[in-house]
Ligand binder design. Structure first.
Ligand code: ACO
Ligand code: ZN
Length: 157
């Protein structure tokens, strides 16, 4: 919608599949988002191959500003492996757009349940997931390398 009303949502945001040429930029965003916990370029390359059409980027004015990695698990469950948005582009609906698209793509492939893990202290992300209909279904103790627990969150499609 191209209205004149003020909006924090970025218009003309493009959500598309990640290409090999995007991986360096994705990695730099990942480092800003996760620091030491970033997956690293080699793992991103593997996900770019195995994720089929559920490793997505958000592109704004020609620049990649966010990404989401989704994988289809053996039991037919969708898994949101990682999502990150460049700090300069947050609170504009980028992550929401990425997640909605990955969920649509999972749905089109017959997925009925989407899962993810999130640090119990990560309020921005937990808020985001709740807003999109995910619910906390459990805690995975010491899921992260620094000993922090994860919430398991699930959305039924
Ligand atoms: N504080 C509180 N609520 C927030 C915040 C925040 N800082 N950020 C997002 N939300 C909630 C709000 O409800 C928001 O709606 P509103 O802006 O209308 O209030 C809603 O989420 C949607 O926000 P978006 O604009 O779509 O989210 P954004 O593009 O800013 O990206 C993200 C959110 C991905 C969590 C971003 O802050 C980020 O990259 N963080 C660092 C990386 C990270 O923590 N990733 C998730 C780890 S878990 C995993 O990957 C499975
Ligand atoms: Zn996970």
């Amino acid at each position: 919608m191209a209205g004149n009303s003020p909006s924090r949502t970025i218009e003309r945001l493009i959500i598309r599949e990640a290409k090999v040429d995007d991986l360096d930029t994705i990695h730099s965003i990942e480092l800003k988002c996760f620091g030491q916990d970033a997956y690293g370029l080699a793992l991103l390359q593997i996900y770019q191959v195995i994720s089929l059409n559920t490793f997505l980027v958000a592109e704004y004015e020609g620049a990649v500003v966010g990404y989401v990695i989704g994988t289809l698990e053996a039991r037919g469950e969708g898994h949101v492996v990682s999502i990150g948005v460049h700090p300069n582009y947050r609170r504009k609906g980028v992550a929401t757009a990425l997640l909605n698209e990955v969920i649509n793509r999972f749905n089109a492939r017959g997925v009925r349940i989407v899962k993810l893990e999130v640090r119990v202290s990560n309020f921005p992300a937990i808020n985001l997931y709740r807003k999109l209909g995910f619910e906390i279904t459990g805690i995975v103790e010491k899921y992260y390398s620094d000993g922090e627990d994860a919430y398991m969150m699930v959305k039924s499609l």
